[in-house]
Design a protein around this ligand. Sequence first.
Ligand SMILES: [Zn+2]
Ligand SMILES: [Zn+2]
Length: 285
Amino acid sequence: MTASSEWEDLLARRPSFREVLAPLGRVIDAWGSWSDEGFAPLVCPIETAARLWSKGEPLLAAAPLSIAPERVEPHFHPALDVLAGIEDTEAFTGAWDSGEIGPADLLPVSGRIGALELQERCHLTQDAVAFLAVAGLRPVLSAYFGGCQELVDGGPWDLGICPCCGAPPGFADLLEDGRRQLACHLCNTRWIVARLVCPLCGNRTTADFVRLIAEETDEGYAIAACRACRGYVKELDRRARWNAGSAIVEDWGSPHLDLIAHRQQYWRPIPTLIQLTASLSNQRS
Ligand SMILES: [Zn+2]
Ligand SMILES: [Zn+2]
């Protein structure tokens, strides 16, 4: 099933979101234009993965990826449309067109998404950079790391960043067997973490963990937040929602939950429309 058709299913379940989420739908539709033709996915020997992971480093650290800008440009256009009127993207498009910045500048580095130099040069918020990275690079990164999921499944990785690209988690799923799985929005890798650890700060003090919505409000959905870092990750119990879409579709399709978290002043590392629009109101006030 393609992301576009999953998205359509989700909107059929939540028709009242159709209009407000339409710009994100165009981002998802643009991903359909990606073609693997002539693109070599990463082949990572198990020894290399084990060596990197034992140091807490993602596979990207030893496998730099060069991406031709024209291969990903179709994905950036609808993403820039989402940001139109929210952030000034002129410096970004100017620097991109002149080749001063490129896809590699948006990759995760040391726990953050995108190079700090790019953010400063383009006068964008961290939220905008993270959003552009997901929207623009998800197809190419999914293709690059597509063969690595098996390594991850058998590997020892249990940190709060993606074992392949190093991005912070975008969403969490509770699987059939009750284990907690994080999903990377940049490269679509999934990995298992302990349930009683905050993936954003590593905190293990259970008294700090809060659920921001009552479970019966939206069956199967939860906002798992941490009082220590004030971060949250939305979570879906797949046992209660067997017919739900993939992590990014469920994440982007549940803005009402982000609104609840945002109102209680919790943050997330990869924004949704709620956080992007909120940075607009912060600039104005
Ligand atoms: Zn990743
Ligand atoms: Zn935390």
